[in-house]
Design a protein. Structure first.
Length: 165
């Protein structure tokens, strides 16, 4: 009975995690730490990994070096790495002194979280950090996950999209 309950729970959680997969990614415009404006629609034709993170998130702190390595592996390719955080530029500036990123950071991204976060039955936001959205060349979410140790499955999903051209 316990095994059945565990299996049902896993299926329910997977449904929530993958609920947004296959749908059109919501367009957004955001400004990087360097002041460059990025619009998702302008990135059509490229593969985009949109990561939501926080400097207060222990899992995020652990994942950043792994994501940096992943991003380095796609330097010069058709893959764009974006890291959205709700924190303001001053907090992020302080944080990245000791925790550098190899991709574009989008501070002050609460509006972006509102567009992408799941909602519970009462409409409250429900997003685990870090959260990952892999968007294909046509602007569709093809992979969505959250949590720890995701660099390898993300890399596999990116490679699958790159080879599907």
């Amino acid at each position: 009975m316990r095994t059945l309950f565990s299996a049902i729970l896993v299926l329910i959680l997977c449904t929530f995690v993958w609920a947004q997969t296959g749908r059109q990614a919501e367009n957004f415009t955001s400004v990087t730490m360097e002041g460059k404006t990025i619009e998702l629609a302008a990135l059509r034709g490229k593969i985009v990994l949109l990561t939501f993170w926080s400097s207060r998130c222990a899992i995020c702190q652990n994942e950043i070096p792994r994501l940096n390595q992943l991003a380095e592996g796609y330097t010069g390719s058709e893959v764009v790495f974006l890291a959205a955080t709700m924190e303001d530029k001053n907090i992020v500036d302080s944080y990245i002194q000791d925790h550098p990123f190899n991709f574009n950071i989008l501070p002050d991204s609460f509006g972006l979280v509102l567009k992408y976060a799941d909602r519970d039955s009462q409409g409250r936001l429900n997003m685990g950090f870090p959260a990952y959205y892999l968007i294909d060349r046509s602007g569709y979410i093809k992979y969505r996950d959250s949590g720890w140790d995701k660099a390898k499955p993300i890399g596999s999903a990116i490679n699958k999209l790159l080879s599907s051209r």
